[in-house]
Ligand binder design. Structure first.
Ligand code: MLT
Length: 265
């Protein structure tokens, strides 16, 4: 039997309405894959088509690894073109947010609205770049499982790791779906990303900012700064959630998303 083609994107079609409201595109975090957005497919119940693209190299995808967030952004825009999506609410979590901002930099006309979850506009600091180089070495020498061991305590809150071993194993499984080359590509893309701080004041579409109250990778103060810089942006701080807030608190995350889509877009 021929091997199944790699999944290129997750999709849920709008349900429970005669008039689809629009399309929500959600870009995944590092070093995970589109399946992290499975709980958010439920937003289809509010009349939205939900698309979660796999970034290149994930889950058997054979494209060469990315070298920049612009390359990821171009892939997502190409997918939207292929699917005939001319405008959408586009968002992402953490690295997915970096890609969202790169998409906005190049192609703002695709944006009906924006969702920035557990992310930041700043480029990496010199210390941050040194940390990325160490992780590049780690993945090349020891593979994806070593990256999973290093990232899990950072991206999940202590309570989630203590009380939800199933979630911890789920996140580990998502990390292990990535090849060494694709993880190295994502690290390279993140450490070379430009600073997007000055872009924020040019965002004029409705924008929702979400962050876990216990996010130590992109702490809530960064989201508060983004809210101040983006005119009219809504900020929701999710209690009892770490960096992967959409996975730790999917019900609260989805409620904030549904409110935003229903009332602001
Ligand atoms: C992510 O969650 O996508 C990464 O932790 C982001 C980063 O390392 O900057």
């Amino acid at each position: 039997m021929p091997a199944a083609a790699p999944l290129r994107y997750l999709q849920a079609l709008p349900r429970g309405t005669d008039r689809p409201r629009g399309t929500l595109v959600l870009v995944h975090a590092f070093p995970l894959n589109a399946r992290m957005w499975e709980p958010q497919l439920a937003i289809a119940d509010h009349g939205w088509r939900v698309i979660a693209p796999q970034l290149r190299g994930v889950d058997g995808d054979q494209k060469p690894p990315a070298r920049s967030v612009d390359e990821y952004a171009g892939d997502v825009i190409d997918l939207m073109d292929e699917l005939g999506i001319h405008e959408a609410v586009v968002g992402g979590l953490s690295m997915g947010g970096y890609v969202t901002l790169a998409m906005f930099r190049h192609a703002p006309r695709y944006f009906l609205g924006m969702v920035l979850a557990d992310t930041r506009p700043q480029a990496d600091t010199p210390d941050g770049v040194e940390g990325r180089k160490r992780m590049l070495q780690l993945v090349r020498e020891k593979g994806a499982s070593a990256v999973a061991n290093e990232m899990l305590p950072k991206v999940l809150s202590d309570a989630a790791r203590r009380n939800h071993p199933d979630l911890t194993e789920r996140v580990r499984g998502l990390v292990l779906s990535n090849s060494t080359e694709s993880i190295a590509g994502a690290i390279t893309a993140m450490m070379t990303r430009p600073d997007s701080t000055s872009l924020l004041s040019t965002i004029h579409c409705p924008t929702l900012i979400l962050v876990g109250a216990e996010d130590g990778v992109t702490p809530p103060a960064l989201s508060q700064d983004m809210q101040r810089a983006i005119g009219g942006a809504t900020l929701v701080i999710l209690p009892d959630a770490g960096h992967l807030s959409s996975m730790e608190q999917p019900a609260a995350f989805n409620e904030a998303l549904a409110q935003f889509l229903g009332h602001r877009v």
